[in-house]
Design a protein around this ligand. Structure first.
Ligand SMILES: Nc1ccn([C@@H]2O[C@H](COP(=O)(O)OP(=O)(O)OP(=O)(O)O)[C@@H](O)[C@H]2O)c(=O)n1
Ligand SMILES: C[C@](O)(CO)[C@H](O)COP(=O)(O)O
Length: 238
């Protein structure tokens, strides 16, 4: 059995949430978004431990809340993040113990992921080296020009929305981050950095419930989903 660890990033600025606070501290059905995200790592038995990445000024607060109020027992360290998401992930990776073989990278802003999804993506990473949860696109996607007109319509059958956790062999993800640093390459997810190495990333079908809390309406949607645990919408492909 591979040694599985996690990195949860929550060091962003929450600009699109527009409330002037870290969105991951906002309450979601009575519990902060971040507490819910960490709970999944606590409950996933194969996960041995995880590192939390926070903005520099929130490290102490998050550490106290997680350990004293949210009951986080597998939390190994809370470390300061960086300017870009990938900087925060890199700093989290550097704080993992040497025994880490598989690493799950998760957005603190995705509180609705299920334990079984987390375990599934880790298991695919153990097999393929790199894997990400993803769901098929439901809308028709247009590529636009700077003039605001459509350039082309993309073939929907081939399009997936990627989520987190994304899981990787630790050595592969470290190499991908080091290469991105050396080549000044920025990407919005870790899978892209691994793809840039020429390594294949396995898509693991996830759930439409696993939304990212980005704008205010996402909180309302997440509240509704928590009230209706049986709604998944995962069969609605087309
Ligand atoms: N420098 C950064 C940027 C983002 N994140 C984290 O990466 C996840 C996904 O990012 P996103 O949802 O875009 O969060 P923000 O960057 O905070 O959002 P915004 O662009 O609206 O400021 C979030 O959990 C966020 O806290 C991070 O740890 N460090
Ligand atoms: C990692 C991610 O959640 C996958 O969908 C997403 O790319 C994060 O992007 P953001 O711009 O930081 O929201």
């Amino acid at each position: 059995m591979d040694s599985i660890f996690g990195v949860v990033v929550a060091a962003g600025r929450s600009v699109r949430m527009g409330q002037g606070v870290n969105k991951q501290f906002l309450p979601l059905s009575g519990l902060p978004v971040l507490a819910r995200s960490l709970q999944v790592f606590e409950e996933a038995v194969p996960v041995k431990g995880y590192v939390l990445v926070m903005a520099e000024g929130e490290v102490d607060r998050a550490s106290r809340l997680a350990r004293q109020e949210w009951g986080c027992r597998k939390l190994l360290a809370v470390v300061p993040g960086g300017e870009r998401r990938q900087d925060s992930v890199r700093k989290g990776l550097e704080a993992l113990p040497a025994e880490a073989e598989i690493v799950l990278v998760h957005d603190g802003a995705r509180p609705l992921v299920g334990v079984e999804e987390l375990v599934a993506v880790a298991s695919e990473a153990a097999r393929w080296g790199a894997a990400t949860l993803a769901v098929p696109v439901k809308d028709t996607v247009k590529e636009a020009g700077t003039d605001g007109f459509v350039v082309r319509t993309l073939p929907r059958e081939a399009l997936w929305l990627t989520q987190t956790p994304q899981a990787f062999r630790y050595s592969l993800l470290r190499e991908a981050h080091q290469r991105a640093e050396a080549e000044k390459f920025t990407a919005t997810d870790d899978a892209s950095l691994v793809e840039a190495l020429g390594h294949r990333v396995k898509l693991v079908p996830g759930s439409y419930r696993n939304i990212k809390i980005t704008t205010p309406e996402d909180l309302a949607v997440a509240e509704a989903l928590l009230r209706a645990p049986s709604i998944t919408g995962d069969d609605q492909r087309g």
